[in-house]
Design a protein around this ligand. Structure first.
Ligand SMILES: Cc1cc2nc3c(=O)[nH]c(=O)nc-3n(C[C@H](O)[C@H](O)[C@H](O)COP(=O)(O)OP(=O)(O)OC[C@H]3O[C@@H](n4cnc5c(N)ncnc54)[C@H](O)[C@@H]3O)c2cc1C
Length: 488
């Protein structure tokens, strides 16, 4: 089957979705193609969730420019979209005079990048701020503008806002080949038919260099760099308020210990160069490395409260900087390649810059009006008893708690499925509502979530997946029995 549109965006990570939202301001037909069964299935779901202040990137690099601009845009964007975020500040800790010199260098870099409020703290000040830190710490760089955000909830809200304003999201659609025709239009071949478009934007994360190389004479090389994590259950009292980094290395910002916006504690990531950009396995070696490094920050860390481990793949480009803008040698193609950390922090600024370039080049007109999207920002679990009672009165399905660990109600799950780019799998519901994010990791609520998904999507239970593709919940004799009962 053949389709056509003005603009194709390839990749539904935070960058592609932020761009889709920016483009929905203009009068044109825009379609986003995403290989996975949901948006935020690449690096945008598996990262540290830090809005970096911007002291780490080399002054003058695109990483520095977009990090600082993006970090300034994110608070207002999160507020407008109902996305959880918190300004908790960051500390980079030092254990020696050599590391103090590294911190002084980071301070200088940060000042040159335009980061405000940076200062070096001495041991007593650091321990007064964070008493659970290793007492051997001797100093720290404090970055009060550092913050935390839910990266996948940000991506979902950007996608919902874009879809509400006319961008067409095509999931389970993998781009296989792109070529530019003689008439200047593009032919984009996918597993679900071919597209013709006037302009194309490559936001394909760890696969972006491969697509770039199909269009441009200047070749780029992507090195998938995996980062593994421990996620700890929500403690009664958070051991750290700040995001605590150690001194960075050639491979990245190092292992951090941070609270998440939902009150969990995250340890990681490792940094290993691998061959397969889709290999998100966790390994004993990788996790042991994370734990040993985290112990240097937090000697009392215990894995007894570990509820899950995961990994994400950084889209490291050999040039060691973001490649953002028009694709060299290919008019009407744009790209965001090599978007590794601080890509989450930079996404709004990258998207704004690309949208402005595209709008100018294609002479696009802005729409007179947009419909703003806002996610339900106060979940049922955070309501006061009075507000909960009122919510149940208004919708009795708010009174049916499906996920007991995280207190997620049936009404919230149905709302997540009904959003403009709604949940289609157990994991998609989990990331939108937190049903299954708690201590039991969905052991109790998954069957109930599956039943709600089947009802809302009008599908048999046998078609409901954990995470798209062939990850059916019912397999083997269970599946055969369910199919037989439907036939009978
Ligand atoms: C371990 C780790 C920790 C990080 N921590 C932070 C942090 O704390 N702060 C920060 O600012 N940044 C951080 N980052 C970086 C940040 O996560 C990424 O820069 C950002 O998520 C990249 O977004 P993206 O949209 O470019 O890519 P992705 O989120 O990877 O999205 C690309 C999308 O394209 C799709 N796709 C790929 N190929 C095709 C195709 N052929 N056809 C259709 N679709 C395709 C993929 O399925 C994917 O959904 C971290 C990254 C990692 C891996």
């Amino acid at each position: 089957m053949d389709f056509s549109t003005d603009l194709l965006i390839i990749g539904g990570g935070v960058v592609g979705c932020a761009l889709a939202r920016e483009m929905s301001r203009y009068r044109l037909s825009a379609v986003l193609l995403e290989r996975a069964g949901d948006v935020a299935e690449g690096a945008s779901k598996a990262n540290s969730g830090i809005i970096h202040a911007g002291f780490d990137a080399v002054p003058g690099s695109l990483k520095a420019k977009y990090n600082v601009e993006g970090a300034r845009m994110l608070p207002a964007l999160c507020e407008a979209l109902g996305v959880p975020w918190r300004r908790n500040g960051a500390l980079v800790i030092g254990f020696s005079e050599e590391e103090r010199a590294v911190l002084a260098e980071l301070l200088e870099r940060g000042r040159r990048n335009g980061v405000e409020g940076l200062r070096i703290l001495e041991r007593d000040e650091v321990l007064a701020l964070e008493p659970n830190l290793n007492p051997e710490v001797c100093c720290a760089l404090e970055a009060p503008t550092g913050a935390i955000v839910s990266p996948y909830e940000l991506t979902f809200a950007l996608a919902d806002d874009a879809a509400l304003n006319g961008v067409d999201f095509r999931l389970d659609t993998a781009v296989r080949r792109i070529s530019r025709r003689e008439d200047g239009t593009f032919r984009v071949e996918t597993n679900r038919g071919d597209w013709t478009c006037r302009a194309v934007v490559n936001c394909a994360g760890a696969s972006a260099a491969e697509l770039h190389n199909q269009l441009s004479p200047r070749k780029l090389e992507n090195v998938p760099r995996r980062g593994q994590y421990y996620l700890l259950d929500r403690p009664e009292t958070l051991p750290f308020q700040h995001t605590v980094f150690q001194c960075p290395s050639r491979m990245g910002k190092g292992v951090l210990v941070t609270p998440t916006v939902h009150g969990n504690v995250l340890l990681g990531p490792s940094a290993e160069d691998i061959d397969d950009p889709l290999d998100t396995a966790t390994t004993q070696d990788g996790l042991d490395f994370v734990l040993s490094r985290a112990r240097r920050t937090w000697p009392a860390v215990s894995t007894r409260s570990n509820i899950t481990n995961f990994s994400g793949i950084r889209a490291h480009e050999s040039g060691d900087d973001f490649v953002v803008g028009p694709t060299e040698g290919c008019p009407h193609a744009w790209e965001a390649v090599g978007i590794e950390s601080p890509g989450l922090s930079s996404a709004p600024a990258i998207a704004r810059a690309l949208a402005e370039q595209i709008a100018a080049e294609l002479s696009l007109e802005e729409k007179a009006e947009r419909v703003p999207f806002r996610a339900p920002s106060v979940p049922f679990r955070d309501l006061s008893p009075e507000a909960r009672a009122a919510a149940v009165k208004a919708d009795p399905r708010q009174g049916v708690v499906v996920c007991r660990c995280e207190v997620v109600t049936e009404a919230e799950i149905r709302e997540a499925i009904r959003r403009p780019v709604g949940a289609r799998s157990i994991d998609a519901v989990k990331r939108r509502t937190r049903a299954g994010m708690g201590r039991c990791q969905g052991g109790f609520c998954s069957p109930r979530v599956a039943a709600i998904l089947a009802e809302e999507l009008g599908l048999p239970l046998t078609e409901i997946t954990k995470n798209g593709g062939e990850s059916f919940l019912l397999t083997g004799t269970l599946r055969e029995e369910a199919e037989r009962s439907v036939r009978e």
